[in-house]
Design a protein around this ligand. Structure first.
Ligand SMILES: Cc1cc2nc3c(=O)[nH]c(=O)nc-3n(C[C@H](O)[C@H](O)[C@H](O)COP(=O)(O)OP(=O)(O)OC[C@H]3O[C@@H](n4cnc5c(N)ncnc54)[C@H](O)[C@@H]3O)c2cc1C
Length: 416
């Protein structure tokens, strides 16, 4: 999807720091609007430690009763479909999505509210029972979850591969990729004029008219004052090799949320290339710096996984665990992204606060971030610069304030 031809800003020197999905989409959009763009990342891109770098991310439009996210997701779905044809590669797999609830659907619940809102929008969604799900998806035969919704739209995207392809396109469009780590912001007369960089051999300065930070969970390294707004939190991801792979193939096993707003579990069909079933958990998570050695998935996480699989997918309960990953959220208290200019220092825009659910907005992120950086339009109000009172760590399965469900990694503001 070619970046939009929004208001042009010929010759504005823009430095984008961080080449995850926020950074590569912003860099392409800024370039399309005529800016000179340098995209800085320690690399190689996609960076192995980045939240965007994974084999899969959920792409769904279920957001409980939250109308703006639901509407944006209809646009984003179109964007992912266009990327498949433009890239000549199916990186977005539209398998449909299934969200099963731990209790009969009731107003106020993530699944019920999503169903009601999507039905009101005329979407192809269906209320489903446990037996209907088991009949269609044999891998769900033993699931105790009584009711939910199935959506024909949505599915999953090969996130790391998509970041890699978009970065290649960015370079072809004239974005200059620089390998290095930003150490600190350079300020002159109250304006941000660049960053100091540690690259392989030396420290140097990269100057720019506009600096756009897309550093995810690392953002407070360069803007410590945002520590009241952004919290880096690790969440566990598991890759399992099933004994009966056919049971979990796409078409026979959808992208799912299993009582996601309460229990926090979600997962994917068998990955066609990796040959694994990815399952992940959205919960309170482990607050830590993304470079911390403590960023690992521990025995307690694995025990909780085995408990969940035993109760819901017995055919996966003893599957070989071939990989784990502690992936980082840049969390906000209200679960909304942060895409805004620094109100105190000109020349600086920050795009972070993904709260575990922003990858699915990839087709829209570049426009939102470029609008903020070039002041061509106000990003959605809920992404404004804010410093809310710190809130206590949420319980597992939390549902961020706005939308009922987890936003979570892809747990239903529903945070994913
Ligand atoms: C477990 C988990 C599951 C998730 N599941 C989903 C899902 O199913 N669906 C969904 O929509 N979203 C999901 N998300 C959220 C999604 O991954 C994020 O919203 C998105 O990837 C954030 O992208 P980003 O570009 O902000 O950050 P990142 O991808 O982390 O990129 C930040 C980049 O900044 C670079 N950087 C850091 N410090 C510096 C520095 N000093 N100088 C230069 N560069 C620097 C890093 O190298 C990195 O490349 C999930 C997240 C997690 C953690």
């Amino acid at each position: 999807m070619c970046p939009s031809a929004g208001a042009v800003s010929w010759g504005v020197r823009t430095l984008v720091v961080g080449a995850g999905i926020f950074g590569v989409t912003a860099a392409r959009e800024l370039r399309a609007r005529g800016a000179e763009v340098v995209l800085l990342d320690p690399g190689p891109v996609p960076h192995v430690a980045a939240a965007s770098t994974d084999i899969s991310k959920v792409v769904r439009r279920e957001y409980g009763a939250d109308a703006p996210y639901t509407a944006w997701m209809d646009d984003a779905l179109q964007g992912f479909r266009r990327w498949n044809s433009e890239l000549g590669d199916t990186l977005f797999h539209e398998t449909g999505v299934l969200f099963m609830s731990g209790a009969p659907l009731a107003e106020g619940g993530f699944e019920a509210d999503s169903l009601a809102l999507l039905e009101a929008r005329g979407a192809a969604v269906h209320r489903v029972t446990r037996d209907q799900v088991a009949a269609r998806f044999p891998g769900w035969a033993a699931s105790p979850l009584p009711e939910g919704l199935h959506d024909e739209a949505g599915g999953w995207v090969e996130s790391g591969r998509l970041v890699g392809r978009l970065a290649e396109l960015a370079v072809a469009e004239g974005v200059v990729m620089r390998q290095g780590r930003a150490l600190r912001l350079l300020e002159r007369a109250g304006r941000i004029v660049g960053v100091a960089i540690a690259s392989e051999h030396e420290h140097e300065h990269e100057h720019a008219d506009e600096v756009v930070l897309c550093m995810g969970a690392w953002t407070t390294d360069l803007v410590p004052s945002l520590a009241v707004t952004l919290r880096a939190v690790a969440q566990p991801v598991f890759h399992l090799r099933p004994r009966e792979p056919a049971l979990f193939e796409g078409g026979r096993f959808p992208v799912f949320g299993a009582d996601i707003a309460r229990a926090g579990w979600y997962g994917f069909p068998l990955h066609p290339h990796a040959g694994v079933v990815k399952v992940a958990h959205h919960g309170a998570g482990l607050p830590l710096h993304p470079d911390s050695p403590a960023r690992v998935v521990g025995p307690a996480d694995i025990a909780r996984l085995r408990g969940f699989l035993g109760a819901t997918f017995p055919a996966l309960a003893d599957a070989e665990l071939v990989h784990t990953r502690a992936c980082m959220y840049s969390d906000t208290a209200d679960g909304h992204l942060l895409i805004a200019r620094d109100p105190e220092r000109a020349g600086l825009t920050v795009a972070a606060g993904d709260s575990g659910h922003a990858f699915k907005f990839a087709p829209l992120l570049g426009r939102w971030i470029a609008d903020a950086a070039l002041e061509t339009a106000a990003p959605p109000a809920r992404f404004a610069w804010r410093s809310p009172a710190p809130t206590p760590a949420p319980e597992p399965g939390r549902t961020p304030a706005p939308a009922t469900p987890p936003p979570t990694g892809d747990a239903a503001r529903a945070r994913d």
